[in-house]
Design a binder for this molecule. Structure first.
Ligand SMILES: Nc1ncnc2c1ncn2[C@@H]1O[C@H](COP(=O)(O)OP(=O)(O)OP(=O)(O)O)[C@@H](O)[C@H]1O
Ligand SMILES: [Mg+2]
Length: 596
């Protein structure tokens, strides 16, 4: 058994498997993604031809300079060739710069579009999707995977195409110039191919191992940093550190292995390239004596040989980029292809629908057939205030989630205003049924921005201030350093529990839904804040149809009716007094809580 937290999360990175470096189906979809920039892509691909031509011209100019001018002491002619050489250099770098500019531009635009599509898609997904996909994994999709795809444009497939053009040109020129000498160079290609294939295979395995370990390290760090306060609370720093040391060393070893193979590949190709030059000098030197080859011809050949081996040397790295890009695009498209589990119904906004909610024989399970609700039925009439009670884990919060269709029921019906929630337009439904959740989620940003979040369109600042006043939140907000402009930290870390609850109530007031589901926070606050919260809640509930998931006695006492949730269904119902008199489950719960 592992002793550190997050042990489960670290496993199961099917994510990190690398497969083919080329998958026509994926490439077709990526090609589709470039649609808007196709002209730019084609232009930069076309630039490979003039670039290759200029590269091929340079060794030839060397040959001309040596044979026709240097060896004949022709100063004027040499100056002319040097001028042409300079011009080709300038042209080459200008074209390369232009091409790289265009490629980066396209790559980054495609990245931008993909990130946008992924985020927009994530917004459509339902709560069950987010239960299954941890935040860390989704972040990797939207940031790292997209980055890997863009690398393909910067240094992968596109560069490979360019290399192919250059190598083909070099081979043609070498054969045309002196086929015997060309064959001497090519004699080393089989040696090169075999050793490169070996090292590339090893490097690929090493890279795969590296990615898996990086993912583990990421997952571990994310959870540990987020839960740092809990780890400190239980004095688990030592154990967590040991776990981290193990993961960290694993990662270092994988990284080193990967570097060794990469470097070996590099070195082998370099060595073979040098061997080729030595062979050329030896064989070509003989040809010069025989008068078959000129001195300049030999120099040009050596230059061509370099241009032949260089792209081959870089092929390994580019191959790895392609593999990563394919694996990443597979995951990106996999996510984009995932249909949201909950789709909006067609019924248009129904502002006239009466604020009535009803559960009819509802069955629901988060997983398989572990029923949380089984045959649950109840009804809340217009303007009624109903309290829902039950032991922890009974399914109260679940009922709230089903009401605004965060999850889909398995059987039975949830009706709002007489209409099945699956028929409601989702936005209209969520405007109609407001939810104040058990755990208040606040965003980084000012207090005002957090209140404005709940507003429909533009709302004047004084409306927000009024809502805050009704929610008893104005007092503490104005005592904050910048009042409504006070910057809230991540998850509201710089506010107290009670303050967060008051803000949540103010936010619900701004939202102003006809039906309100209030999931009372279980965390208790000091008596003074408690009184403020209760008073604010009272005002929030006034004149609305409401279902209050109650944890406070006072809430239950003020409700028109109380529902007791037990074993997945409503087992008792009545007013607080009636239920007490009946002496059933409710009275037992009450006695437990009040210690009587
Ligand atoms: N996202 C989820 N995925 C899987 N199971 C869940 C999920 N949320 C809740 N559950 C399970 O569903 C059951 C009901 O949970 P629910 O949150 O509705 O309880 P509750 O009545 O609100 O409890 P509490 O009073 O503690 O808030 C629990 O057994 C819980 O483990
Ligand atoms: Mg709950």
């Amino acid at each position: 058994m592992r002793s550190h937290v997050g042990a489960n999360q670290a496993d199961g990175h099917e994510d990190e498997l690398l497969g083919k470096a080329y998958d026509s189906r994926l490439v077709a979809r990526l090609w589709e993604a470039t649609r808007a920039y196709r002209r730019v892509v084609l232009v930069s691909a076309f630039l490979f031809f003039p670039i290759a031509a200029l590269e091929l011209l340079q060794p030839y100019l060397l040959k001309v300079a040596i044979d026709s001018h240097i060896l004949r002491a022709d100063w004027g002619g040499l100056t002319g060739v040097a001028g042409v050489f300079l011009l080709t250099l300038a042209g080459l770098y200008a074209l390369r710069a232009l091409q790289s500019y265009l490629m980066q531009l396209t790559g980054q635009r495609i990245m931008h579009d993909l990130r946008h599509r992924l985020f927009a898609h994530a917004q459509k997904m339902d709560a069950a999707f987010f239960d299954k996909n941890p935040v860390g994994r989704l972040m990797t999709r939207i940031l790292n995977d997209v980055e890997a795809v863009s690398d393909m444009f910067g240094s992968g497939v596109v560069a490979i195409l360019g290399d192919l053009v250059t190598v083909a040109g070099v081979v043609a020129v070498m054969l045309a110039m002196n086929w015997r000498l060309a064959l001497v160079t090519f004699a080393l290609v089989p040696v090169l191919a075999v050793s490169a294939a070996y090292f590339r295979g090893q490097a690929r395995d090493a890279y795969r191992g590296l990615r898996t370990r990086l993912a583990r390290l990421n997952a571990f760090l994310q959870e540990n940093l987020q839960g740092m306060t809990v780890i400190q609370l239980f004095c688990r720093e030592g154990a967590e550190q040991r776990a981290f040391v193990a993961l960290n060393s694993d990662y270092r070893r994988a990284q080193f292995r990967s570097t060794v193979y990469d470097a070996s590949l590099y070195a082998v190709v370099e060595a073979i390239g040098s061997a080729a030059v030595a062979l050329l000098l030896w064989y070509g030197g003989g040809q010069i004596w025989e008068g078959v080859l000129t001195f300049g011809g030999l120099v040009a050949f050596i230059e061509y040989t370099n241009r032949f081996f260089l792209p081959i040397r870089d092929l390994g790295a580019k191959y790895a980029v392609m593999q990563a890009a394919m694996a990443s695009s597979e995951r990106i498209f996999g996510l984009l292809d995932l249909e949201p589990g909950i789709r909006s119904g067609a019924a248009a906004a129904r502002s006239e629908a009466p604020p009535i909610i009803e559960f009819k024989n509802v069955w629901f399970a988060y997983e398989g057939d572990e029923w949380v609700l089984s045959d649950c039925s109840f009804r809340v009439a217009a303007g009624e205030r109903v309290a829902l009670v039950g032991i922890t884990g009974a399914g109260k919060t679940t009922i709230a989630r089903l009401l605004n269709r965060s999850y889909e029921v398995a059987r039975g019906k949830v009706l709002v205003g007489g209409l099945d929630v699956s028929e409601w337009d989702l936005t209209a439904l969520r405007r109609r049924v407001g939810l104040v959740p058990q755990d208040v989620f606040l965003f980084t940003g000012s207090v005002e921005a957090n209140l404005r979040l709940a507003a429909d369109g533009a709302v004047r600042r004084d409306a927000l201030e009024r809502a805050a006043a009704v929610a008893n939140a104005r007092g503490f907000i104005e005592s904050l350093p910048e009042g409504f402009g006070y910057e809230i930290k991540e998850r509201g870390a710089n506010l107290s529990q009670g303050q967060r609850q008051l803000l949540a109530i103010a936010r619900a007031l701004v939202y102003n839904p006809a039906v309100l589901v209030l999931d009372e926070a279980t965390s208790s606050v000091d008596p003074e804040s408690e009184a403020l919260i209760q008073d604010a809640m009272e005002r929030l509930l006034e004149g609305r149809t409401s279902l209050v998931i109650a944890h406070r006695l006072s809430t239950v006492q003020r409700a028109d009716r109380v529902l007791v949730l037990h074993r997945g269904r409503v087992s008792e119902e009545g007013t607080h007094a009636e239920l007490l008199r009946r002496g059933g489950l409710y009275s037992r719960l009450y006695e437990l809580q009040c210690g009587r």
